[in-house]
Write a protein that binds this ligand. Structure first.
Ligand code: NPW
Ligand code: K
Length: 470
């Protein structure tokens, strides 16, 4: 499991530790780890540190200080180090003295060529979009040189991953003490590149964000015992599709059948039921006992009553797509069985009474608000899918791919996550595991080319095997 902590939490832990250590000790730990990571990258690329041309982009705060001290360490190993300040009048004094003592230089213009750039413009003290002086440096990087971001790519919001305006794109980000949420959530996650953590001795408790990895997902997967029968493995009921959208029913059932359900029960109009049976003759048709309901994909208008009726049952329910229209937050909060809502940004905006842009530019806050307002687990789809529940850490799904944004992909996910709910996973686990498997299946099905939602469903067994193999 990879975890991330908010700036507020990191600052508090930093304050506690600093009070017990000599001044500057933490920055030296950070700079030593940073210099070591840079040296590894240079050795991988060009065989040695000696003779490398290194450019430091230096902001006015401690992030710039880290870059200067790391630059000094690399200069002592024979690199040619040039610091370019954002504001020549504001540079970390100790760091600057150390760099100069090690033979480094300060210049106002970014050199045209370099073997490595350290982005030490802004770290966790950055606020809002880059101001002009910082933006000018971020946009004038030496062509083709790999960038190592110091703690955070400058221009990325540490707590949310939001990017307002220009930002640095890093090959590697070296984070100090803890990952910040913005390194794990897009668009920040994409700009951060490969992540490397330097332990500086912070003690931290509950994370604000976490990212499941294969081993975490493998532990949560429902695996049938020898004594299992189909009812113990969980029957998932799918209320989806309409005469107008029979395909949504087929895709949700496809996802559910490959989500580990013992059986899938389909409830819907005859035209859609025929389409489901033609494709999956093993489907049970009509109402009956289930361990979880999936309701919403392709329902069309005028079926809010059916949704409310399912939510009145004391059974786990996943609500998606058309089922999300006009949900009664009070009724949901009163439920005692698990509920999982799976909106995309537009649906989330309607649920929160805001607009789509507000959700997209503040996805972490939006998914937390959804979970709180509706007293449910919320899965917000997007380039990084987020799952929130009950004030716990928000789960960030790491397996997405742009190819997943294809018609019907969400229908497959709803069936899949519904089957996991029926197998007894909590709503948050069902959402996180569902998104993880769905993303892996998408990557397998696409492998660099467009794919269809049916192909995502077909690749799900391979995704299970991948996860179980570890
Ligand atoms: N946490 C830890 O344990 C450790 C932390 N360490 C390091 O400290 C870093 C945090 O340092 P920090 O607090 O000095 O803030 P930092 O990121 O350098 O930026 C502040 C400066 O930027 C400016 N500024 C702000 N926004 C801006 C914008 N949009 N565009 C342009 N400028 C902007 C702001 O200007 P002001 O608002 O004051 O005018 C201020 O001068 C952290 O990321 C890590 O690298 C390690 O050394 C050791 C352990
Ligand atoms: K930085």
């Amino acid at each position: 499991m990879r975890t991330a902590y908010s700036v507020e939490t990191v600052r508090a832990a930093e304050g506690e530790l600093m009070a017990r250590l000599p001044e500057g000790a933490l920055m030296q730990r950070a700079a030593a780890g940073l210099a070591a990571a840079c040296a590894r990258l240079l050795i991988r690329r060009r065989g040695r540190v000696y003779g490398a041309r290194i450019v430091l982009l230096v902001g006015p705060g401690d992030n710039g200080g880290d870059a200067l001290y790391a630059g000094a360490r690399l200069a002592r190993r024979g690199a040619g180090v040039t610091a370019v300040p954002m504001d020549p009048a504001r540079m970390h004094a100790g760091g600057l003295a150390a760099l100069r003592a090690a033979g480094g230089r300060v210049e106002e213009a970014v050199p045209a060529r370099a073997d490595l750039v350290l982005d030490g413009l802004l770290g966790i003290g950055g606020k809002g979009g880059l101001r002009p002086a910082a933006a000018a440096l971020a946009e004038r990087l030496p062509h083709g040189a790999p960038v190592v971001a110091v703690d955070l790519p400058s221009g990325v919001d540490a707590d949310t991953g939001e990017v307002a305006g220009p930002a640095v794109t890093a090959e590697v980000t070296v984070a100090f003490g803890a990952y910040k949420p913005g390194l794990l959530i897009d668009p920040g996650a994409t700009l951060a590149g490969a992540l490397h953590l330097v332990d500086i001795g912070l003690s931290l408790d509950a994370p604000d964000v976490e990212v499941l990895q294969h081993a975490d997902v493998a532990r949560l997967l429902p695996v049938p015992a020898p004594s299992s029968d189909k009812y113990r493995r969980g029957v998932v009921g799918v209320v989806a599709g309409s005469a107008q959208y029979p395909g949504a029913a087929v895709l949700a059932v496809a996802g559910a059948l490959r989500g580990g359900a013992g059986a899938v029960r389909y409830v819907g109009p005859a035209a859609a039921a025929d389409a489901v049976l033609a494709r999956f003759p093993e489907t049970l048709i009509g109402r009956g006992r289930v361990q979880a309901w999936v309701v919403g994909p392709g329902l069309g208008d005028g079926r809010a009553g059916e949704v409310a009726e399912l939510l009145a049952q004391d059974v786990p329910v996943l609500v998606d797509a058309d089922g999300l229209r006009g949900l009664d937050a009070g009724a949901l909060r009163d439920r005692s069985a698990p509920t999982l809502l799976t909106p995309h940004a537009g649906e989330a905006a309607a649920l929160l009474g805001t607009d789509r842009r507000a959700v997209e530019s503040g996805r972490l806050a939006a998914v937390r608000q959804l979970a709180e307002l509706y007293g449910a687990a919320a899965l917000l789809k997007g380039s990084t899918t987020l799952v929130a529940a009950g004030g716990g850490p928000v789960r960030v799904n790491p397996t997405g791919t742009g190819w997943l944004a294809t018609a019907g992909s969400g229908d497959v996910l709803s069936g899949l996550a519904g089957a996991l709910l029926a197998a007894g996973l909590s709503a948050a686990d069902a959402g996180a595991v569902g998104a993880y498997l769905h993303g892996l299946a998408g990557r397998r099905a696409a492998s660099g080319a467009p794919m269809t939602a049916q192909e995502i469903a077909q690749a799900l067994p391979e995704a299970w095997r991948d996860v179980r193999r570890g």
